[in-house]
Ligand binder design. Sequence first.
Ligand SMILES: *Cc1c(COP(=O)(O)O)cnc(C)c1O
Length: 374
Amino acid sequence: MIGHADLGRQYAALKNELDAAVGRVLASGQYVGGPEVEGLEREFAAYCGAPHAVAVGNGTDALRFALMAAGIGAHRPVAEGRAGQGADAGGPDEVVTTPMTFIATTEAISQAGARPVFVDIDRLSFTLDPERVERAITPRTRAIVPVHLYGQTADMDPILTLARRHRLAVVEAGTLGEAGAFSFYPTKNLGACGEAGMVVTGRPDLADAVRRLRDHGQAEKYRHVVEGYNGRLDALQAALLRVKLKSLPGWNERRRALADRYRSGLRDLEARGAVALPAEMDWGRHVYHLFAVRIGDRERVRRALRERGIDAGIHYPVPLHLQTAYAPMGLKEGSFPQAERAAREVLTLPLYPELGEAQVDQVCDALRAVIGGG
Ligand SMILES: *Cc1c(COP(=O)(O)O)cnc(C)c1O
């Protein structure tokens, strides 16, 4: 079955270095925090061109801690002198985000003590529509979380302009906003062998606040200046990620090359209107975490591909505003037509650096056979 990752092949390609990293950590006796974690933080900060990087337990921690450290929500860092005061009179802080994402985005917002406010996506990029963001801003809005879905950045210039004008924090996966939050879930472009995440920021105070939040609010051992979390990264994951980080630029190039091959292989289907290929927006370089096409009759196509040994995915089948967890928001079908349409039509084709050209061709041929006609 051709799926969405081949982590066994990734391991085989880096086996000597990964095994050595594991051995080094096991022999060191330091399993949580320590020099491997600090090394990864230094190297990832340099990779991003960010002054500070703070490693945390996973991507959801990274989002939650970044928001909290930026002073969003009821749980404000002590540095602002408002810890434990809860939401201000008038209701919780609002954070504008997209319904076309994984629930971690809104979990982090709610768990920080703020309220997610959804706005619809742009049809082509699948990311936040800046004009709709502007219309959603209220006096309670404190932040924007633009998700760079499938590896395509959101339209950041207008979003950053809006954020400056309304004095809002921006938390994204990059270095453009107040803070960037990254997930190193195993199948991401850079994946750990377990759970891991990172916050990057240019603000030393924000980096310090995240360091406290990840470690039970400790400023120094057994001196808790605020309640925090157990959100530290373990040394094994850090050591493995340091090895893999060196391959990341090459892996992203490989993802782009395979995406190009899909483009040529599916050009005829696109010309007939049978599939819509992912757009490359002029505002940011797509790194193809996923190759998301739109297709009519998706369920039938997906089943037929499975019969041909191809496991196409659906990211994501239900937009967040229609999830049971958010039923209390009272947002009905029709609230965000673009997100709802994307959730109905998107099919993600296998794409990962270890995938071969011949396998891409096999997927293209299978898709052509399954869709038929012409
Ligand atoms: C993967 C992912 C997350 C969740 O990260 P975890 O490391 O699994 O907690 C959150 N948001 C987006 C956009 C993601 O792709």
